[in-house]
Design a protein around this ligand. Sequence first.
Ligand code: SF4
Ligand code: SF4
Length: 134
Amino acid sequence: MKISAKTIILEPLAVTIRYLFKKPVTVQYPEEKLEISERFRGFLSYNYEVCTACLSCERNCPNQCIKIKSRKENKKRIVEEFLYFAGRCMFCGICHDVCPTKPKSIHLTKNYELADTSRESLVFDLKKFYYRGD
Ligand code: SF4
Ligand code: SF4
């Protein structure tokens, strides 16, 4: 089959010229960032003060990303440790949906910048949550 000059030169050239005058869809990340959609689900935020240690989030997380240790004190459960394995999280939002407190103790933020160099650095305890300001 013979391929014409129109197919190999003119048609691709026409596509290139057409795109020269269109606004680029890419941005210069990380200097430039796209606006995040309202319903975007990113890194968890956890509010220790509201949490009742009911373990609903831990039990319902499909990837076992949450581990909670608690103790009983004056008929209340107090959270001693809250671990979040962010490297395993698929940001489904189930932990937020099943959290019974009002306001919810768990939220999914718009933060998507989680890249790090080791699995260990993606494990968040109460102290790390605090220092991140999440
Ligand atoms: S967002 Fe989904 S995967 Fe991530 S901790 Fe919550 S329930 Fe687990
Ligand atoms: S579901 Fe909510 S209240 Fe229950 S342990 Fe998880 S964060 Fe705390």
